[in-house]
Design a binder for this molecule. Structure first.
Ligand SMILES: Nc1ncnc2c1ncn2[C@@H]1O[C@H](COP(=O)(O)OP(=O)(O)OP(=O)(O)O)[C@@H](O)[C@H]1O
Length: 256
């Protein structure tokens, strides 16, 4: 039922909130190292799906499994990056101290923290900004910092809820490439919620399109595009253009 390569299994998952069915019969397996993007009309349950994975919203029926174990509460090996970096970061701590927060929560010995903090900040392009406070950083830098802090948890999986929605187009593309780099270097599994269909195709190995009322999986699109992805070449690739058309048509019909 569960293979070694599988990390996550949604099994006949149903979620009701305040007596209303929000997610209906979700069946989905996510493999280790896979990037899964979730799209769908507003209210189709994308965030709710992410919250069940994060251990914040329990199933009303069915199961949600991490390596075969039910997810019943937030886990250290599943990190979450929120869209609202302003609220996710602590304004009274500088960048290094924000990253250290995750290490404090894990109980990592103090002596081991400093080199690891610098490694993560450098990896996210913030090596020269360790002493800066969030208010002294651009939106893109703050989002990088939030990702660095997540990585300090050494997660096997990162959940991202519209993480780049508030950023300008150029910063957004740079951070998309950072996410793909992480996956390549660290084998992290990514569950990424977005409204931006092109972003979904660019990042994903599979795009899950939800349908609303109640939220359910409408269609799964395999993204058969070569790696490494490239902001120009990938977006001009015939497969990208074909998928973009299919996905736009699909989501438009789901919204009607
Ligand atoms: N705590 C809650 N109690 C009751 N209903 C809720 C709760 N949280 C979400 N919902 C409802 O669940 C449905 C799905 O919400 P969810 O946020 O998962 O959708 P979404 O696809 O992420 O939407 P959006 O694209 O607008 O962010 C919506 O109708 C929402 O009103």
């Amino acid at each position: 039922m569960f293979s070694e390569a599988d990390l996550i299994r949604f099994w006949q998952l149903n979620v009701e909130l305040q007596g209303r069915p929000i997610l209906h019969d979700i069946d989905l397996t996510i493999r280790k190292g896979e990037v899964v993007c979730v799209v769908g009309p507003s209210g189709s349950g994308k965030t709710t799906m992410l919250r069940t994975l994060g251990g914040f919203t329990p199933p009303s029926a069915g199961r949600i499994l991490f390596q075969g174990q039910d997810i019943r509460k937030p886990r250290q090996d599943i990190a979450i990056v929120f869209q609202d970096y302003g609220r996710a970061l602590l304004p009274w701590r500088n960048a290094a101290k924000n990253v250290e927060l995750a290490m404090e929560a894990m109980g990592k010995p103090k002596a081991e923290r400093a080199p690891e903090i610098m490694r993560l900040l450098t990896m996210m392009g913030l090596g020269a900004h360790a002493d800066k406070y969030p208010s002294q950083m651009s939106g893109g830098m703050q989002q990088r910092l939030q990702i660095a802090r997540c990585l300090a948890q050494q997660p096997s999986m990162i959940l991202m809820d519209e993480p780049f929605g508030a950023l300008d187009a150029m910063t957004r593309q740079t951070l998309q490439d950072e996410v793909l780099k992480l996956v390549r270097l660290m084998g992290t599994t990514v569950f990424f919620v977005t409204h931006d269909l092109e972003e979904a195709i660019y990042l994903a190995d599979r795009v899950i399109a939800l349908q609303p009322n109640p939220g359910r999986i409408g269609q799964i699109f395999d993204v058969d595009l070569p790696h490494p992805r490239d902001q120009i070449a990938t977006r001009e690739h015939p497969t990208f253009l074909k998928l973009r058309r299919q996905l736009f048509d699909y989501v438009k019909s789901a919204e009607q």
